[in-house]
Ligand binder design. Sequence first.
Ligand SMILES: Cc1cc2nc3c(=O)[nH]c(=O)nc-3n(C[C@H](O)[C@H](O)[C@H](O)COP(=O)(O)O)c2cc1C
Length: 219
Amino acid sequence: MFEDIDSNSTKVLNEILKARRTVRAFSATPLDEKDVELIVKAGLIAPFASIPAKGKTDFRRIFIVTSGSETMKLMISIINHGMSTFVAEMSGRVDVQSAAGRINGKSGITQLLGNAPYLIIAAERKGYPPTYLADQSISLSYCMYNMWLKAVSLKIGFRLITLFVHGKMGNNEEFCQLLGLPCREFAVDACAIGYPAENFVPPKVNYPDYETNVKWLCK
Ligand SMILES: Cc1cc2nc3c(=O)[nH]c(=O)nc-3n(C[C@H](O)[C@H](O)[C@H](O)COP(=O)(O)O)c2cc1C
């Protein structure tokens, strides 16, 4: 089953894994639509939880929204409204307040998008029975990560926009209507993609080191 994998594959994958950083400022240089298509196709082949998908061919839907489009403008106003309700419900939680501050700030959600030319929204059909409620979120993470790695392989920057998860946008009537998605049947996640801004340098991150954080339990 691994016929197409050769000794160079793991080296290339390693390079991509190391280069995978969150990009938070994007260049105005437009992307080739073919590249956007390749990124989205990588998301479609990510693993999925089989129970929500059973008997369905549309268990994962992807929407590409261009910055400055009428759809984007409408979406921003829906999100701003949806988030203020959400923030009111969750008041007192520091993390939520900081997200709210960023949305309500001067540049609003465009700041969250880092001026990216494209917003990609992925929607995954929710699981049933309720014991499997987390499945759609897990599947969405794999979908996002496949798109992230594919974007890096094309030298395209990627930023998760988890606000769509926190705001439970899949349960928002107006938002779902805009996408043509049945409300409450799908969970939603999103990311921004575009070439990194010329002056963008990812901050230094201390990932957990192997020596301290990995334990082999073989005995
Ligand atoms: C569940 C999850 C949610 C995240 N949400 C966001 C987000 O909304 N916006 C953002 O800029 N980064 C987000 N990130 C990216 C993390 O902040 C980032 O991966 C981490 O700081 C490590 O940096 P790196 O991606 O450059 O390695 C998220 C990451 C994860 C795993």
